[in-house]
Design a protein around this ligand. Structure first.
Ligand code: CA
Length: 757
């Protein structure tokens, strides 16, 4: 009998490995999730990024007519007018270095409206590494498959019509059409800020079919008798001599360095490889990354939601570096405009991504994390500051000092960082000075360092939010300073500052609140007033931003009971709001309202960790119930499947972690608070070769509560997992139940980390 069981296990185990080895995880990804969005309602505010993980260039079909607005592709649009190389991290930040190609037939027109074609999602295939669509008005099929810095196009024109291609350089561009070489070269200086004067995205397009110039455009107007244009919006229409063969293949590559480098990128990444080869390689690249986490025991919809979220988590930050002819890593500096050695990454708002995206990289992609750290050090060398919202250079957006958190969290988790000394120097600088824009350095830092908070009435906007974020950054600096063996005085100073959150808590209302310079609180107080003392949220959301010390927050609120009551009330409080600070109802407010969860606003980042805080009060079953409800209600595999701005992977990384049953509430502590996984089995294939399994065999939509847990076979009562335990490999077994176990996870020793404990 024992032998039989062993045989069954062996056969079963082997089969499941085999299945995992062959699995096409990329087939579960739906890049259209989140694209049913618009200015006043974000169901994700995404576009279908056809790209490789962290690729330097993304491609997207384009529906917007002005080439400019941030909503490049909207799911409910009927017409396409471009296939665009894009670098846009968010519609609010806008694009840079963008240009578009578009095949047309019949009487060709250059302008977006004239060249546009109707299309249908029924004749559209969207994979991370492959896009295909039928352009009805041109009777033409277009296929795109990308590499990191290049792409191949396969265009199938109708045999009976003249075959044209529109090249639109967008504003501030240059084009040179070279029919003899079957080549077009150009550059675009298009940007939305954050670039030096000499910024250019150089591109090269090579065709396998002879063509002639049909027309060129300067400032968007036709110009005859030339093959070269450089004035405002440059464009061209070429006519292919397709003969009997109606297929045209294009190879496109670009570089932020030079035309020569663009040609080199084309040679390195496409070379002699055909469309299908590039497509297969792209699929393999995605499966290599997506396949690090294998999930089993869920519905197809859950698999799609999970791997789509993982795809979004693996797009940013963008690789902004290239390889020269000798294979050396080089980059155009978006800070000083020079060509520099080494790594550079960009397109990331750390305000969003310090929460779960960077912790996710520390867990699953430590090598990448080391490279990103090298890039951060280069940013400091080239600009004198750490980035907070880079796209591609410093942008004045959001608040905080969150680069410190990313750096400290990774280093404290033992990820090699050869640049830690210079990065620490940069962190210290941030803790003392304001930067060139308000998002860089610490805006209001003198007040913070002297008074212990940034006053409401001294002209520093979003002051209480800043105080809270600086305090959490200071917790991370404190821990990093300890690890680096810094002077005790310095360590103590940051420890002390990490407690400054206390200064903006008003015990008379039990909320975080704006505080004037004279020590009185801002008045009148409304907990539902968005913005003002806070950032894109109200006190209902920001009161919980004490990531490193929920126990301290609990004490301020009067203990466990009022703390839990307040957490409960977030979900049931009337969804009132005051938008007077903005003067109109910002989309984040609408997204909170339509979710129907009281004051809980999962569509924006400040509160996303809050459902996990029940763990800190010894009532983990409340976390388990709420996170399952949020996953079920607010994440779907459909175009309207997100509940607010996706934001460079953050809202997706929340799901990836939560679907696995945990969340990094406080980067820097090395802990993941436990939630409730949605899958029966999750296997993490770690970079160090170890495997960590989260098993929940009796999981179901009813069995959302953890009745019992075992870690590596031993009873486990804690409400958190330690990073080190995961890295060692092993198994967390969860016995799920439809009823909460109010005995488990209630002891003091079961609670996750708090500074005050
Ligand atoms: Ca946001």
């Amino acid at each position: 009998m024992k032998k039989l069981i062993l045989v069954i296990i062996l056969v079963f185990g082997y089969q499941s490995l085999l299945l995992q080895g062959q699995a096409d995880y990329s087939a579960y990804v739906n890049p259209l999730v989140g694209t049913d969005s618009r200015y006043d309602l974000s169901n994700g505010n995404t576009y279908p990024a056809i790209a490789l993980p962290w690729g330097m260039n993304f491609w997207t079909p384009q529906t917007n007519e002005d080439n400019k607005n941030g909503w490049i592709y909207q799911y409910d649009a009927d017409q396409l007018n471009g296939f665009r190389q894009t670098h846009q991290p968010s519609p609010w930040i806008r694009d840079y270095g963008a240009f578009a190609l578009f095949p047309v037939t019949g009487e060709p027109q250059f302008d977006n409206e004239g060249r546009a074609s109707w299309f249908s999602h029924k004749t559209e295939t969207v994979r991370p590494n492959y896009y295909e669509v039928y352009l009805a008005d041109h009777d033409t099929w277009v296929e795109i498959t990308p590499t990191e810095r290049a792409a191949r196009f396969r265009i199938t024109y109708p045999a009976a019509r003249e075959a044209y291609l529109v090249i639109d350089g967008f504003e501030n561009s240059y084009l040179h059409v070279l029919p003899g070489e079957k080549r077009i070269v150009g550059y675009t200086r298009q940007n939305s800020g954050g670039v030096p004067e000499n910024f250019r995205n150089y591109f090269v397009i090579e065709a396998d079919t002879e063509f002639e110039v049909h027309s060129l455009y300067a400032n968007g107007k036709e110009k005859s008798g030339v093959t070269e244009v450089e004035s405002g919006r440059s464009g061209a229409i070429i006519r292919f001599k397709t003969g009997d063969d109606n297929k045209v293949n294009l190879e496109v590559a670009s570089s932020f360095i030079s035309h020569e480098q663009a040609a080199l990128n084309l040679e390195r990444e496409i070379g002699s490889r055909g469309f299908d080869e590039i497509r297969e390689a792209g699929k393999a690249a995605w499966n290599r990354e997506l396949g690090r986490i294998a999930v089993e025991g869920g519905s197809d919809a859950q698999f799609t939601t999970f791997y789509t979220a993982l795809y979004r988590t693996l797009l940013f930050p963008r690789k902004f570096f290239e390889f020269d002819r000798q294979g050396k890593i080089v980059h155009y500096s978006p800070y000083n405009g020079k060509i520099e050695d080494g790594y550079m990454f960009t397109d990331n708002g750390f305000w969003d991504t310090f929460r779960a995206v960077f912790p996710f990289f520390t867990l699953m992609y430590p090598d990448l994390n080391t490279r990103i750290m090298r890039g951060l050090a280069n940013t400091y060398r080239e600009s004198g500051w750490l980035p907070e919202w880079a796209s591609p250079g410093h942008r004045d957006c959001m608040i905080g000092s969150n680069s410190a958190i990313n750096i400290a969290d990774a280093y404290l988790k033992g990820i090699p960082n050869p640049e830690i000394e210079i990065l620490y120097e940069a962190i210290l600088k941030n803790s003392k000075y304001q930067g060139p824009v308000s998002s860089v350095g610490r805006f209001g830092v003198d007040y913070y360092n002297e008074l212990g908070y940034i006053p409401y009435d001294v002209g520093v906007k979003e002051n209480t939010a800043r105080t809270l974020e600086y305090a959490f950054a200071d917790y991370n600096i404190w821990k990093l300073a300890e690890k680096l063996g810094r002077p005790q005085e310095e360590i103590d100073m940051f420890r002390e500052r990490s407690m400054y959150y206390v200064n903006v808590f008003d015990t008379t209302v039990n909320f975080m609140r704006g505080k004037n310079e004279d020590g009185t609180f801002q008045s009148p107080f409304r907990a539902d007033k968005w913005g003002d003392a806070f950032t894109e949220g109200c006190s209902w959301h920001w009161t919980w931003c004490v990531f490193h010390d929920p126990a301290g927050l609990m004490d301020l609120m009067g203990g466990k009971e009022p703390f839990v009551q307040k957490l409960d009330s977030v979900f049931v409080a009337a969804p009132t709001y005051d938008f007077s600070y903005y003067g109109f109802r910002i989309h984040e407010i609408t997204e909170m309202l339509i979710a129907g969860m009281g004051q809980y606003a999962h569509g924006n980042q400040p509160i996303q960790h809050m459902p996990y805080l029940y763990n800190y009060a010894g009532v983990p079953w409340k976390t388990q119930a709420h996170v399952r409800e949020i996953m079920d209600r607010l994440y779907t595999p459909l175009p309207d499947g997100l509940c607010g701005d996706e934001d460079n992977g953050q809202t997706s990384a929340w799901y990836v972690f939560s679907a696995m049953g945990m969340y990094p509430v406080a980067p820097g502590t090395g802990e993941y608070a436990l939630g409730s996984p949605i899958f029966k089995k999750v296997t993490l294939k770690l970079e160090n070769g170890n495997t960590f399994v989260i098993g929940a065999p009796f999981n179901s939509s009813e069995n959302v509560y953890i009745r019992d847990a075992k870690l590596n076979g031993k009873r486990y009562t804690k409400n958190y997992l330690e990073h080190t335990a995961i890295m060692e490999g092993g198994e967390l077994e969860l016995r799920m139940s439809p009823r909460p176990n109010m005995e488990r996870g209630t002891g003091e020793e079961d609670l996750p980390y708090s500074t005050s404990q």
